[in-house]
Design a protein around this ligand. Structure first.
Ligand code: NZQ
Ligand code: ZN
Length: 389
């Protein structure tokens, strides 16, 4: 196991009817900006619950954060933050709203207006405005991590920020808020969480027994739950278990002391930036080819994954690994998420070339061993040997 330091200050309030705890969680004297997306919270009653729980406090609103939040929309919110001297921000929504608020909290706290620097120059965020969240979509763990991903529509970039100041002060997770999710977003959340776990689990074998069992329990839980949540959307326990699984997929715990990959995410972000596919769809496109091509360096973990998650034990290593990758793709397909470029009307050859070239231009190398070059990215995106056999 590798050495690690762990710090996570986010207070989690989990369960039915918990939005009303905003009354105590939000300081009375603060000037609060409520930030949300395209209006789902007005249809499912979450907005009313938030407004009722903030009565008597000084509250402003900013709406219209889009999926894959854009830099230009966030800047409009930053201007409002500065104009109204906002000193607390409340994100209400899915990962996009939460990520946007993290960036707004950082940009709203700086004097200069070269906000893009906060994203591209690592480590320059020195202070942020306090923020909390009310989560309505289990997927990203943004509610309990210090990461955000912001898209620049002009330059077609989708870039991550990762800074210890970006942990929410609190996050409220009421599984009942997720009853209204469209099936597609439930599926996106399941696949995103699944891949978060694999990015931390399918790496080097470092004899991390507890972390590996945690990861396997999250993966098997997702496999067991996905179908039930989609068939019985108002089943509280399934929603609660899914929300809990998503929380732990990317809040740092399963990644303690292990090697982490994240190449699928980095390649996926570029696919989203270029072609507009959903985050989870991009991951489903990248993952099978990546696992197939990285089968040597990931061999021990891939075999453990095949055995402990899918119960595959028969056959030589390559057969077992191929079967595990195929089962993974079929699981994604079973919730309606295809891993084929053509299903998103994207030409595979063109996409592989274009996305690979981005990494060649940046001279960046991905993966836990930093051995995935832009040329390897092209091979990954064209490798479909294990799909749909
Ligand atoms: O905008 P509204 O109207 O709220 O509608 C949203 C949006 O259309 C809707 N929705 C959310 N909660 C709902 C609901 N509809 C009905 N009922 C509800 N309860 O769902 C749609 C998708 O929302 P979005 O926030 O975009 O989805 P998600 O939570 O999957 O977030 C995706 C974003 O998070 C980033 C992704 O790259 C992407 O930009 N990620 C953030 C990470 C992090 N901060 O750690 C890690 C992830 O790997 C990921 O990269
Ligand atoms: Zn993700």
């Amino acid at each position: 196991m590798k050495n690690f330091t762990h710090y996570n200050p986010t207070k989690i309030v989990f369960g039915k009817d918990t939005i009303k705890s905003l009354e105590e969680l939000l300081p009375d004297e603060r000037r609060i900006l409520i930030v949300y997306g395209g209006g789902s919270i007005k249809k499912n009653g979450v907005y009313d619950q938030v407004i009722n729980s903030t009565k008597g406090k000084t509250v402003f609103e900013f709406s219209g954060i889009e999926c894959n939040p854009s830099y230009s929309t966030c800047i409009k919110a930053v201007e409002l933050v500065k104009k109204e001297n906002i000193d607390f921000i409340l994100a209400v929504g899915g990962g996009s709203v939460l990520d946007a608020v993290k960036f707004i909290a950082a940009a709203g706290a700086v004097e200069s207006n070269d906000y893009w620097e906060l994203i591209v120059k690592k480590g320059i965020i020195e202070k942020v405005i306090d923020f909390g969240t009310v989560l309505t979509l289990p997927a990203t763990s943004s509610e309990m991590n210090c990461k955000a991903v912001i898209s620049n529509l002009e330059t077609h970039e989708k870039l991550p920020i990762n800074n210890p100041l970006l942990y929410p002060v609190f996050s409220i997770l009421d599984p009942e808020t997720t009853y209204s999710l469209p099936l597609k977003q439930v599926a996106n959340g399941v696949v995103d969480t699944y891949v978060h776990v694999l990015e931390q689990y399918l790496t080097t074998d470092l004899n991390t027994a507890v972390q590996d069992r945690w990861s396997e329990s999250l993966l098997t839980t997702l496999i067991e739950l996905a179908d039930k949540v989609m068939r019985e959307p108002n089943d509280y326990d399934s929603r609660a278990n899914l929300m809990f699984a998503a929380l732990f997929g990317n809040n740092g715990f399963i990644g303690l002391g292990v090697d982490q990959d994240w190449a699928t995410h980095k390649i996926g972000h570029e696919i989203t930036a270029m072609y507009g596919v959903d985050h989870a769809q991009s991951l489903a496109i990248v993952l099978p080819g990546l696992l197939s091509l990285q089968r040597k360096s990931k061999q021990k973990k891939l075999l453990a994954y095949a055995r402990n998650v899918w119960g595959i034990t028969m056959g030589d290593s390559n057969v077992v690994i191929d079967e595990a990758i195929t089962r993974t793709s079929l699981f994604f397909q079973s919730v309606g998420i295809s891993g084929r470029f053509v299903d998103y009307k994207i030409d595979p050859e063109e996409a592989a070339e274009a996305i690979g070239n981005i990494f060649i231009k940046r001279d960046s190398f991905l993966g836990e061993n930093q051995d995935i070059s832009g040329e390897v990215v092209k091979k990954i995106l064209l490798n479909r040997q294990c799909l749909y056999s």
